[in-house]
Design a protein around this ligand. Structure first.
Ligand SMILES: [Zn+2]
Ligand SMILES: [Zn+2]
Length: 147
């Protein structure tokens, strides 16, 4: 698990280097916390966590780091919870759908081309220009149903 997180942090570093973006220590730390998390985390929980190692951490520090990570497509916002998850595929710019477990709070990111196609088709039919979209479904994950 730790190895996987390190590999992802390294690939984020490489992508930032290629884009001329600065992957600072704080940005790296926030991404690491999100990669380690079970479910989604709010900015406040991230701040609390950062404060354990850096007492000077302030809300703007976290928000700036989150904005950067969103811009680089390393994380996604869970709109209905105003929280954040690490992306499961840094390499790619994609539309996503989320399955959110009400019991364990786990968030699964999926990429359905079919859903995307339907939204695009409906937008075209209704002469609507989509700028941003959110598809979030609530329910129970496999683990919580077998427990
Ligand atoms: Zn993603
Ligand atoms: Zn669950």
């Amino acid at each position: 698990m730790t190895t996987k997180i390190n590999t992802l942090l390294e690939s984020a570093q490489t992508l930032c280097d290629g884009r001329g973006a600065r992957f600072t220590a704080i940005r790296r730390k926030v991404l690491k916390l999100l990669l380690e998390a079970q479910g989604a985390i709010s900015a406040y929980d991230l701040l609390d966590n950062l404060k354990t190692t850096d007492s000077s951490a302030k809300p703007p520090t976290v928000y700036r780091a989150l904005d950067f990570l969103l811009e680089q497509h390393f994380i996604h916002r869970v709109e209905s919870q105003n929280s954040f998850i690490a992306c499961n595929d840094f390499s790619d710019l994609h539309q996503l759908q989320l399955f959110i477990c009400e019991k364990c709070q786990d968030v699964q990111e999926v990429h359905s081309l079919l859903i995307q196609q339907s939204i695009n088709d409906q937008a075209r039919l209704n002469d609507f220009q989509v700028k941003k979209q959110t598809v979030e479904a609530y329910g129970l994950c496999h683990q919580c149903r077998v427990d």
